[in-house]
Design a binder for this molecule. Structure first.
Ligand SMILES: Cc1cc2nc3c(=O)[nH]c(=O)nc-3n(C[C@H](O)[C@H](O)[C@H](O)COP(=O)(O)O)c2cc1C
Length: 471
């Protein structure tokens, strides 16, 4: 109300000011003062006197306006100085909603490039508010402040780890990284199905390669570690536990193979040798639909051979006392019951540290078939993938008897979705497509909703909810 009155008052004063500039008297005053900038004060005071009778209250209003402006500035400044960083950060998260529609007008890959660049330069809001305690959990001996992660494919070349973690993700997975740099498939290769909250992509592992990514991760690792050390040394809270190797945020590194490579295992071994020192966990991605023959590595024998080789490569490296990073395998949602049983058997026999369920699907669910974009070849992600990926997550949780941490991924766009993944057996949750559409503001929202879901159903922690729908 006060704001509206103030606005009306300012509008009135402005109108009068404009009128005065347009009036012959005022014009002559401007002219005369411009023409006689060096003239005597008596001439200017006489011009001022000529104006006065026309607008007898303008100077009082002017003083009032100036006073009100100064008051607003002081009041605003005082508010800004007392408002806590968390509230200010919250405002910035909301502000990103204004920018989002502009991104939606751009070609998907251009929009993605801009988003990665912005995050790499720190032009993104930082989440200052601590995560709700109920969301905290320990997996693989590491503390996650929340279970919501960014899945592979967004930051393929590890350009923006720090900025993305700052948004409030509990963990960020970079990659897939291939041994040798490769361009991937010709563009356009990412397609929006906006109405359906989905994407189809056939990127085909566009990657700068393990050497470029290792260099980048090495430099960032040092910086993140330095920031962590300086922030903890000045912090009065000594109970803060370090999450990842280089700071509270946890970094996953997802490894792929080159399209032209004949020896898949050799490619993954190279990835492990070069990148695992920076990884809090490693992922063997054998489920991208856009690299010919890749998904065949999910077969029982192939998977067993591959995992053995990769585990051996990791374990023969020298590790400090915290040991080698856990090794996970990312699987497709397009698997038969028999495939799932085979994967579960291998995972249990070889003591795999985790499975990510799932990558994109080559299927085209009924609900998207009327959209002509659904005819594009590639992997479908986003909302239409939710049911399919959650069902196989549940199957895998039952097959592995809840003994292996599972990361639920596919179609998560709300806290309720994340909660359903956890109830279906996920220890951690990842998303990509909903973030591409919703932007940074989605992350605090998902976390708050997830905490509400847990509390609503009487769970005291994430652990209690894991697999609740499978019991
Ligand atoms: C454009 C795009 C690129 C992707 N690139 C990769 C990748 O390089 N490696 C990988 O393991 N998954 C990749 N993914 C799959 C995602 O990590 C995720 O598994 C999938 O999109 C399902 O999650 P969502 O429905 O939340 O997007 C990509 C997804 C998209 C949309």
């Amino acid at each position: 109300m006060a704001g509206r009155i103030g606005f009306r008052y300012m509008k009135e004063c402005l109108t009068q000011k404009l009128k005065s500039m347009g009036s012959p008297v005022a014009k002559s005053r401007h002219l005369s003062s411009a023409a006689s900038s060096g003239s005597s004060s008596s001439s200017s005071s006489s011009a001022a006197a000529a104006v006065k009778p026309k607008f007898p209250h303008s100077s009082r209003k002017g003083r009032l306006l100036t006073g009100a402006t100064i008051g607003l500035l002081i009041g605003g400044g005082a508010y800004a100085s007392t408002v806590d960083e968390a509230t200010f950060g919250g405002w910035l998260f909301n502000a990103t909603k204004v920018v989002n529609p502009f991104f939606a007008l751009l070609d998907p890959e251009v929009a993605h490039r801009l988003a990665v660049t912005a995050a790499s330069r720190g032009w993104v809001p930082r989440e200052r508010k601590p995560d709700p305690q109920i969301l905290g959990l320990e997996v693989w001996g590491r503390r996650f402040s929340n279970p919501i992660g960014l899945s592979a494919g967004f930051d393929k070349n590890a350009e923006a780890v720090e900025g993305l973690l700052a948004l409030g993700f509990g963990f960020v997975e970079v990659g897939s990284v291939t041994p040798i740099p490769q361009e991937g498939n010709p563009k356009p290769r990412i397609f929006r199905l906006r109405e359906e909250g989905a994407l189809i992509n056939r990127c085909g592992f566009n990657s700068e390669g393990i050497v470029a990514v290792a260099k980048r991760l090495g430099a960032q690792h040092g910086k993140r570690k330095l920031a962590e050390t300086s922030s903890t040394s000045t912090s009065s809270n000594d109970e803060v536990k370090q999450g990842g190797k280089a700071g509270p945020g946890i970094l996953g590194v997802n490894i792929g193979k080159n399209k032209s490579s004949e020896d898949a295992a050799a490619d993954y071994v190279q990835g492990v040798h070069t990148l695992s020192q920076y990884a809090d966990y490693l992922v063997i991605n054998i489920s991208s639909p856009n690299t010919p023959g890749l998904r065949q590595l999910q077969g029982r024998k192939q998977l067993k051979d591959l995992v053995k080789k990769v585990q051996a490569a990791r374990d023969e490296m020298q590790w400090a006392e915290e040991g080698p990073p856990p090794l996970l395998v990312k699987i497709a949602p397009d698997l038969s019951k028999q495939d799932l049983e085979d994967i579960a058997a291998v995972a249990l026999a070889l003591r795999l540290d985790g499975l990510i369920i799932s990558n994109t699907t080559i299927s085209r669910p009924e609900e998207i078939q009327s959209n002509p974009v659904s005819k594009e070849s590639g992997g479908l992600s986003g909302k239409p993938l939710f049911g399919l990926s959650t069902n196989i997550l549940k199957d895998m949780y039952i097959l592995t008897k809840g003994r292996i941490p599972l990361i639920g991924c596919g179609g998560v766009s709300s806290g309720e979705d994340a909660y359903k993944k956890i109830r279906a057996g996920a220890t951690l949750v990842q998303l990509y497509t909903a973030f591409a559409y919703g932007g940074p503001a989605l992350i605090p929202r998902i976390k708050a909703e997830l905490a509400q879901c847990l509390e609503r159903d009487g769970f005291k922690s994430i652990y209690e909810a894991i697999g609740a729908d499978c019991r």
